[in-house]
Structures are given as C-alpha cells and as structure tokens.
Design a protein around this ligand. Structure first.
Ligand SMILES: NC(=O)c1ccc[n+]([C@@H]2O[C@H](COP(=O)([O-])OP(=O)(O)OC[C@H]3O[C@@H](n4cnc5c(N)ncnc54)[C@H](O)[C@@H]3O)[C@@H](O)[C@H]2O)c1
Length: 327
C-alpha cells in the first residue's frame, strides 16, 4: 500500500482527507503536534506526534513511514491573528514548511500536495478568480502561503519536487457519515459561528459588514464541502504520482453565498431562529471571493458533489448537535 505523510492530519481538512485517502487505498500516517488538532480525529492511520519545528523528527517520520508523498495541511490558520502576530505565521507556515521540504529532499520523497488559500489573491480584480489572477495578499497569513507556493515551485525547478498547491476558498461542512467535523478553538469561520449561536453556545453571531456592494449588502464567499476538498487531495496526489504536471489550482464551486444567505440556510435546516447582529466590516475583508474552478475540473476531473449550501449546512448542523468527542 502506498504510504503518505499527512501533516496536520488531526485538524479539520486533514482529518477528512485521511479518511478519503484510506478509502482510496492509501495508508495515511498523520504528523501533528496536536496544537489545534484532535487525537480523536486520527482514525485512519498512525499518529506521529511531532512538531515541524524539529527537522530530525520530520526526517524520522518520513523515513520511518517510507512515505511516497506528503499532504501538507499543518499551518497556523487565523487571518486576523496573523496581522497582530506575523512572527507566528512566518515561523510556522514558512520556516517550518521549509523544514518539511528539506526533509523530503533528504529522504527522496518527491510529491507534495500543499494547502494554499484564496488569501494569496488579496482583493480580487475580477470574479470569479482564475489562478492567473495577480497575487497580492492583504494579510501576513496570505503572504505566508504565497511565499511557500513560490519556494515549492523553485524546489520543483531545481530539485525535481513535484507539487500541487491547492488554493481552497471557504472550507465548510462535515463528514457525510458524521464521523468528523469542524472543531476550531477559537472558531473564526462563519458557518460554525452561526451554528454555535443557533444552539446557544454563543449569544449571537455578528454580521460583519452590511454595506458591501453586494445584493444584500453582506460579504459573499465560495463555500466548498470539506469532503469534496478531501477528494481533490486524493486526485491531486494520484495525478502527481502518475506524472501529472505541478500546478496551483483553485478549489471552490464558482458559486458565492452572502452572510445573510448562510444564516437563512441555517434557519431552514435547523428550523430555529439565528440570533444575528449587524456589525461593522472587518478590515481587509473583500466584498466577494468566488473561485473559477475550471482548472481543477480539467486537470483532476474534480467536481464538487456535496457543496450545495444546504447540503453543507446540513452536515455541519448534524455535527454541531452531535455528542462531542474529547482529546
Ligand atoms: N479551513 C479553511 O477554510 C481553509 C481555507 C484555506 C486554506 N486552508 C489551509 O488548509 C490547512 C488546514 O486547515 P484546517 O482548517 O484544517 O486547520 P486546522 O487548524 O484544523 O488544522 C491544522 C493542523 O495542523 C497542526 N499543526 C499546526 N502547526 C503544526 C506544527 N508546527 N507541527 C505539527 N502540526 C502542526 C494542528 O495541530 C492542526 O491539527 C491549513 O494549511 C490552512 O491554512 C484552510
């Protein structure tokens, strides 16, 4: 069986992807320091508890697992925090990713699927956003992802590293079978925040900006189901292993939904009223972020299958009211 090292595999997108990898016949080995991930989410492969800060542990994990590829999810992920603590973002997302790349070279592991982000685009000039749109991040987080996309590309040119940089838009939803879901602390993503407000885990949800140039005045985002993202990673890894081209690819649906539409979907699905309050815009949030997903469709044959807004909200709702795991 082909082994793959999954950094950040105890986290949200990484854990759903380990399940998809195991289903597709790979053997995932999770590498995670559990700073934001969960032991209970590691169910489809071994867990190596380690930090990407430590090059020796990464080399050991790569050599010990005989991995033939790496899926690199581990990162610090909060855009707002990156503006007040950029040091954390450049250390964890840049320096630590360089440790990983160097360990891959030393161990002769040639394939990497890298979790990039729509944050590499900054304020879009066109919508939907194609991959050749100018890359001008407006946050330290976005810059940390862009720097690593560039480094990975140069490692490809010089050392033969084969790579896919997957630029996710808004990952959302939960495992269709209810085995996994989103558990970030602190939570910064809209759908879980709306759900938490709906079930009384927070007093209300804030609608950040009601005066955007959009039909209902609230910001529009492209929500993509986490299971669909997981599929795309399996396809990208296979493509690299079969000699496919190294590329950056958007992962989104091409459809945007406003904050008010998300709240309405939660009310439809939960049959409860969402306590929402209008608030000021958050600095740096663009009005509309929607992917042009044509490249991933063409290169990987990837089509989101579970990313209709109500389907996403349905799985996230079920997860939010399910008994909680611990650890
Ligand atoms: N969630 C989204 O909407 C979204 C959108 C765009 C891009 N991304 C990217 O996708 C990836 C996964 O996001 P997520 O939402 O699953 O995040 P997450 O926080 O749930 O998962 C990240 C995992 O990485 C681990 N980790 C962090 N630093 C580490 C280190 N130094 N060593 C070992 N493990 C470490 C954490 O413990 C956690 O399990 C990230 O790279 C993120 O930037 C996410």
């Amino acid at each position: 069986m082909t082994r793959v090292l999954v950094t950040g595999g105890a986290g949200y997108v990484g854990s759903h992807t380990t399940k998809a990898l195991a289903r597709a016949g790979f053997e995932p080995v999770v590498f995670d320091n559990l700073s934001a991930g969960h032991r209970w989410a590691v169910r489809w492969g071994a867990l190596v508890e380690g930090d990407l800060e430590d090059p020796a542990i990464i080399r050991q994990a790569l050599a010990g697992s005989k991995a033939e590829g790496v899926l690199h999810f581990a990162a610090s992920i909060a855009v707002g925090e990156s503006m007040t603590n950029p040091q954390k973002y450049f250390r964890n997302n840049v320096v630590n990713t360089l440790h990983l790349l160097d360990a891959m070279l030393e161990c002769g592991v040639k394939n990497i699927v890298f979790s990039s982000s729509a944050a590499v685009y900054g304020n879009p000039e066109t919508t939907p956003i194609p991959e050749d749109h100018p890359l001008r991040p407006t946050s330290a987080y976005g810059d940390s992802k862009l720097i690593m996309e560039k480094a990975i590309r140069w490692y490809g040119e010089a050392y033969g590293l084969r790579w896919a940089a997957l630029r996710y838009f808004n990952a959302a939803g939960a495992d269709a079978e209810g085995e996994l879901g989103e558990e970030h602390d602190p939570e910064t993503h809209l759908i879980p925040l709306v759900l938490q407000a709906t079930i009384g885990r927070r007093p209300h949800v804030e609608v950040l900006g009601t005066d955007y140039p959009t039909p209902d005045g609230t910001a529009i985002r492209d929500y993509v189901d986490v299971g669909d993202l997981a599929e795309a990673h399996v396809l990208a890894l296979r493509s690299l292993m079969e000699g496919g081209k190294s590329l950056a690819m958007n992962l989104g649906t091409g459809q945007g939904h406003s904050v008010r539409e998300v709240i309405a979907a939660v009310e439809r699905v939960s049959k409860l009223k969402v306590p929402a309050r209008d608030a000021a815009r958050r600095a740096g949030d663009p009005p509309v972020l929607v992917a042009d997903p044509a490249r991933a469709a063409e290169v990987l044959g990837w089509k989101p299958r579970h990313s209709q807004l109500d389907t996403i909200v349905e799985s996230a709702w079920k997860w939010s009211v399910a008994p909680k795991h611990s650890g």
